[in-house]
Design a protein around this ligand. Structure first.
Ligand code: NAP
Length: 211
């Protein structure tokens, strides 16, 4: 009997604004990596988020660099500039298509992000095409009601529901909003985000004014 060699890579695409990235995101990516046997997790910071007014979010370059600093020590984690470099608002369907066609043809793709965001994505017109391209990992903190997500996914039939996995992450009690608020109040964020990210925030004076 021949040993079966694994031929298809499993790749996680970790989508988010990451304003800023924090340990909740890193714990999420690591948990998804293990549970779904992912070979890599590619963090994809958003450029101009389609659903947020500009000016409301820190510049893509700052957010991209903070993610780069955060994933530095994990050989399975990398960062992509694909959305950061796009001038127009980026939609998940275009991003996943980019990886499916150019950077990771033949790989099993998993799109990982917050459960609320996945609810939104599923309401966008291209969700059917998206479902052919990837599986979703919807992450939430414990206690979050997943009824709405189940209902939205279920409305499109059992096939869609099968392509949405749910992952509860206790460390997601930490949020980017929480970190921004603490910085604005002059409170410490040590251990809530990796040290190089904390230093980057300090050096560039990010989040001093509450938005
Ligand atoms: P958001 O609405 O800012 O965040 C929703 C919740 O999910 C927040 O609690 C957030 O916590 C959490 N979250 C976000 N990304 C996460 C991640 N990777 N892992 C764990 N928790 C995460 O969502 P967003 O960041 O703007 O969007 C998330 C992703 O969905 C992005 O890639 C975005 O492009 C995509 N999206 C696409 C469409 C579309 O194609 N039409 C629509 C909506 C969203 P934190 O604030 O702590 O991160």
């Amino acid at each position: 009997m021949h040993n079966h060699r694994k031929v298809r890579l499993n790749i996680g695409l970790m989508g988010g604004t990451f304003d800023p990235v924090h340990i909740g995101h890193l714990v999420t990516a690591e948990e998804a990596r293990q549970q779904f046997a992912l070979d890599y997790v590619i963090f994809v910071p958003t450029g101009v988020p389609p659903h947020k007014a500009s000016g409301q979010v820190t510049s893509p370059e700052h957010r991209y660099l903070m993610v780069t600093l955060a994933v530095m020590s994990n050989p399975s984690f990398v960062v992509s500039r694909v959305e950061v470099d796009r001038k127009e608002p980026s939609y998940t369907v275009e991003t996943v298509r980019h990886f499916a066609e150019t950077e990771a043809p033949g790989a099993n793709l998993f799109f990982i992000t917050g459960a609320d965001a996945i609810l939104e994505i599923l309401t966008w017109k291209d969700y059917a095409a998206l479902m052919q391209l990837c599986t979703f990992i919807a992450v939430s903190r414990p206690g979050y009601s997943l009824d709405r997500l189940r209902e939205t996914a279920g409305r499109h039939g059992p096939d869609l529901l099968q392509k949405v996995h749910l992952l509860e992450i206790p460390a997601l009690a930490i949020s980017s909003t929480f970190i921004r608020e603490r910085v604005a109040l002059g409170r410490t964020i040590k251990y809530l985000t990796p040290e190089p990210v904390e230093q980057y925030i300090q050096k560039h004076g990010l989040y001093l004014n509450k938005k």
